[in-house]
Design a protein around this ligand. Structure first.
Ligand code: FES
Ligand code: FES
Length: 163
């Protein structure tokens, strides 16, 4: 193995409110680094090519596919993964409404939907159904048929407005 192939890059960033340091390589995806180096396995790899949204995270408040980012690009950023949505034992309203609304089956897509829905509601707290469908258009689900997901996001929006 060449020296270059062995070299490791140090990354410092904030993940779910905590300062985190990890070592990675220049060719490692942020998704793989989060899962393998940081131990946060909530973000999933569905496609690895930016098509399914299962790997969605927030980077500096913006929705990103972590499979399309290289890990060193996380340097100095603030990242939110699905593990950062709950506050202690209290689920985020989106997590609660997904559970109550049976908006998941196999669950592979769910972390990505939760993060994408949070990004949507952070920007637009009172979305129409069409806006929710457009907002979640980058996330694919093979199990639920989407309607339960949409209803759960609508209910979470109502709860967040009332909070
Ligand atoms: S795994 Fe990243 S978009 Fe599918
Ligand atoms: S619940 Fe299985 S892919 Fe969405």
């Amino acid at each position: 193995m060449s020296q270059k192939a062995k070299s490791r890059t140090h990354v410092n960033c904030t993940i779910n409110g905590d300062e985190v340091d990890f070592l990675t390589t220049d060719s490692t995806s942020l998704l793989d680094a989060l899962r393998d180096e940081v131990g946060l396995t909530g973000a999933k790899e569905g496609c690895g090519t930016g098509d399914c949204g299962a790997c969605s995270i927030l980077v500096d408040g913006r929705l990103n596919c972590s499979c399309l980012m290289l890990a060193p690009e996380a340097e100095g950023t603030e990242i939110t993964t699905v593990e950062g949505l709950a506050e202690g034992d209290h689920l985020h309203p989106l997590q609660q409404t997904f559970l109550e609304g049976a908006a998941l089956q196999c669950g592979v897509c769910t972390p990505g939907f939760l993060i994408a829905a949070k990004a949507l509601l952070d920007e637009n707290p009172d979305p129409t159904e069409t806006e929710i469908r457009y907002g979640l258009a980058g996330n694919l689900c093979r199990c639920t048929g989407y309607d339960k997901i949409i209803r759960s996001v609508q209910e979470a929006a109502v709860q967040l407005k009332g909070a």
